[in-house]
Write a protein that binds this ligand. Structure first.
Ligand code: KIV
Length: 301
């Protein structure tokens, strides 16, 4: 197999490994940053080969892969398991693991320990955690442990119960002020990027202009330094009404349904497998077997 067949036909040298520095340099050069979630080997491999800069093993795994109503139930062990699968697939993109609800909320030491697990046991290159000012101490401690941190503010799904639902944040002056304070606090603490989720475009633009860290928007308008979407959302694999900010690039649900229904009808009609899709005995073995069977028939007669 040639070296180019793993990376979308481009020579390896044309697509150097993405690091947190690459992401920060892209902001300085005003080049849009791309990020998608992924949770398994096959899809991560496709996302990586397509040249996406960052792959987030998001805790949205809870909803889109495991079928929970929100992100709260997913565990450290489940996140580690999926991060390992992604790590095995990805050669170029930066792999970021999302710290699940409860893995950093109680005490800072436990948060650092869990961040270290993502790097040591699953090969993540950075971790993401939700929250602004109140996470500064934890961000600093995780950075002290040499682990890059991606911040996440705005509509933070782990706060769904406190927020009273999945609601756009920063819609009044107090909310805007809090978001700006959160973004500046994370930026000063040294995060390498900040996810802005469910934030009015105007507010995301202000934050993007204010902070050094690249902002990665999801439902936060086009002025962010980059965009992230959930893999299953862009492929119509979420079985949920489409959010305003989601653009569907393909209908994988229709593709999969069609293929599965065709398989079922082929088996039921006896047209699968065909002779070409079957293994055959070597010619000599077949001849020996036929002779043996003939002899048995003769003896039996
Ligand atoms: O878990 C996730 O998918 C995320 C993105 C939406 C940013 O946190």
């Amino acid at each position: 197999m040639s070296i180019t067949s793993f990376n979308g036909g481009q020579p390896q040298s044309a697509r150097p490994k993405v690091t947190t520095l690459t992401i920060q340099e892209k902001k300085q050069r005003r080049e849009p940053i791309t990020c998608l979630t992924a949770y398994d080997y096959a899809t991560s491999r496709l996302v990586d080969e397509a040249g996406i800069d960052m792959i987030l093993v998001g805790d949205s795994l809870a909803q889109v892969v495991l079928g929970y109503e929100n992100t709260l139930p997913v565990t450290m062990e489940e996140m580690l398991h999926h991060t390992r699968a992604v790590r095995r697939a990805v050669k170029r993109a930066l792999v970021i693991a999302d710290m699940p609800f409860g893995s950093y909320h109680d005490d800072t030491k436990e948060g650092v320990r869990n961040a270290v697990r993502f790097v040591k046991e699953a090969g993540a290159e950075a971790v993401k955690l939700e929250g602004g000012q109140k996470r500064v101490e934890l961000v600093e401690r995780v950075l002290d442990a040499e682990i890059p941190v991606m911040g996440h503010i705005g509509l933070t799904p782990q706060s769904v119960n406190k927020m009273g639902g999945f609601k756009v944040q920063g819609k009044d002056l107090a909310g805007i002020e809090q978001l700006i304070k959160d973004a500046i606090a994370l930026d000063r603490a040294g995060v390498f990027s900040i996810v802005l989720e469910g934030v009015p475009r105007e507010v995301a633009a202000m934050i993007t202009a204010e902070v050094n860290a690249p902002t990665i928007g999801i439902g936060a308008g086009p002025e962010c330094d980059g965009q992230v979407l959930v893999f299953h959302d862009i492929l119509n694999l979420t079985f949920a009404p489409k959010a305003k900010f989601v653009r569907r690039y393909a209908d994988a649900a229709a593709l999969i349904r069609g293929a599965v229904e065709q398989f079922k009808s082929d088996v039921e009609a006896g047209s699968y497998p065909s002779d070409e899709e079957s293994y055959h005995l070597p010619r000599e073995t077949k001849a020996e077997l036929e002779t043996l069977l003939l002899r048995k028939v003769a003896v039996g007669r």
